[in-house]
Unconditional design. Structure first.
Length: 198
């Protein structure tokens, strides 16, 4: 069935003539991401001479990975893959041949079942972050001071490493399949198309 046209020969959209075409849609899961962080430090200042002051200390940081509060994280683990449970792929379509059996989730492990730590992988524990700084009076007149410092810092693991393991979790992501047929949905409301004056 082809779409009707107006007097100008322009095709009219499907809702105007009572038909709608459905396409496959994709529904992803919702992430409930959380994180914790704890840091503490010790510091001291030592005025060695009237012209040189040192600042030094140690900061300690505990920065575990983000996690999903609903334990939706899933990852592929090669050690969990079993060749006997492999699926067969149709070389022409790329689809799984379901008649041949197999497990499409073969090798996938989950935080929900305790197979993975809460964030998908373990944290780095408490990390030491040393700091050192100085101030030096170049000419002894307190007008020109050279200052400097250095330290080690850590940052949280980049979030997309966690987020994608939820949004692409094959156990919770659904891709419903609808035929791409045309469905008559506005039939009771169909009226003849008006003739345009030009």
């Amino acid at each position: 069935m082809s779409a009707p046209t107006c007097a100008l020969g322009i095709r009219l959209p499907a809702p105007y003539w009572g038909l709608l075409q459905l396409r496959p849609i994709h529904r992803s899961s919702t992430g409930y991401f959380r994180y914790n962080q704890l840091e503490f430090f010790v510091q001291d200042t030592w005025k060695i001479t009237a012209r040189l002051t040192l600042d030094y200390g140690m900061r300690f940081a505990w920065i575990p990975p983000q996690y999903d509060a609903k334990n939706q994280i899933a990852l592929f683990d090669p050690s969990a893959y079993k060749a006997a449970d492999a699926v067969t792929i149709d070389p022409n379509s790329g689809n799984i041949i379901t008649a041949d059996g197999g497990n499409p989730l073969n090798g996938i492990v989950y935080t929900k079942s305790g197979q993975l730590p809460a964030g998908g992988w373990g944290g780095r524990g408490i990390m030491p972050e040393p700091r050192f700084g100085f101030a030096f009076d170049l000419f002894g007149d307190h007008k020109t001071i050279l200052r400097g410092g250095a330290g080690m810092m850590h940052d949280r693991t980049q979030g997309n490493l966690i987020f994608n393991t939820v949004f692409n979790n094959p156990a919770v992501v659904q891709t419903p399949s609808y035929p791409t047929t045309i469905l008559p949905i506005f039939q009771p409301y169909r009226r003849p198309l008006p003739k345009l004056p030009y």
